[in-house]
Design a protein around this ligand. Sequence first.
Ligand SMILES: C[S@@+](CC[C@H](N)C(=O)[O-])C[C@H]1O[C@@H](n2cnc3c(N)ncnc32)[C@H](O)[C@@H]1O
Length: 255
Amino acid sequence: MFRRRARARSASATGADPDASTSAENPDPAVPSDEAGNPLEAYFTANPGRLIQKWVHYLDIYHRHLAGYRGRPVTVVEFGVSHGGSLQMWKHYFGPAARIVGVDIKPRCAALAEPQIEVMIGDQGDRTFLRYLAEEIGPCEVVIDDGGHTMAQQIATFEELWPGVVDGGVFLTEDTHTSYRPKWGGGYRRPGTFMEYAKSLIDQQNAWHSTEPEAFSVDDYTRTIRGMHFYDSVVVFDKAPVPRPHAVKTGTPSF
Ligand SMILES: C[S@@+](CC[C@H](N)C(=O)[O-])C[C@H]1O[C@@H](n2cnc3c(N)ncnc32)[C@H](O)[C@@H]1O
C-alpha cells in the first residue's frame, strides 16, 4: 500500500547538477567554499537547487549537531519534502556517501527523487505507515521531522522512528512552536502537545533516580536518550546507550 518509493537513477530536472556533489571538496561551484563558517548557511544563501523553506536559526542548530556526520556513509531521513530543496541541501552537506530519504504525504513529491535521494510517500500521522517506513529504511543516523507539525504527527514520528536511530544518532523535531498554537493542537502547557511530551521525556531521562516507581521508572527512553537539547522551535535528541549512573570519589579528602 505504501510502496511509492522513488529511487532516481538519472539526473533530475532541476537547475542543479545532481552529479556535481560527487566531489567532497566543492560539490557545487555555485556555493562558496565551506571551510569557514556554516556550510549550510552558505548553501541556503546561494541555493543553486530547489526551493527550501527553513527558519534561519535552524541552520546553526543543524550544523552544531550534524557536522560529525559529514563525509560519512549515513542515512538521513527528513519528513517534509515540499519542493525538495532541503533534501538537496542535505545531499550537498553530508556528501557523496550519504543516503537521503525524504518522506511526504503528497504523491507529487515522489518525482523529486534523484541520485542519492529517495522519496517515500505516506502520512506520518499513521503509525502503520511509520512502522513500514522504519523497516524499509533500516538503521539511520539522522532523522529530521519537518513534516506536518501536528502534535500527534510529531509524537508518533518520534516514537516509531527512534528505535531505528543508531547509537550515536540524532533525532531533530522542528517547528515545535506548534505546541503553542491552537491551529496545530497546541496551547500553553496543554496536555498532549509535543513540548509537554518532550518535558515528560526529561523525567524519563532521570528515572534512574525515581523514588516513585508508580509515577515513573526506567524505560527504553531512559536507557537510550543520552541528551536532549531545547532550542527555540527545535528539540534535538542524542541517542546512545545510557548505563545506570554511578558516582565515585577520587583524590584525597580535605576534612
Ligand atoms: C514545511 S514543509 C517541508 C519543508 C522542507 N523540508 C524544506 O525545508 O524546504 C512541510 C511538508 O510536510 C508535508 N506534510 C504535511 N503533513 C504531512 C503528513 N501527515 N505526513 C507527511 N508529510 C506531511 C507537506 O506536504 C509539506 O511538503
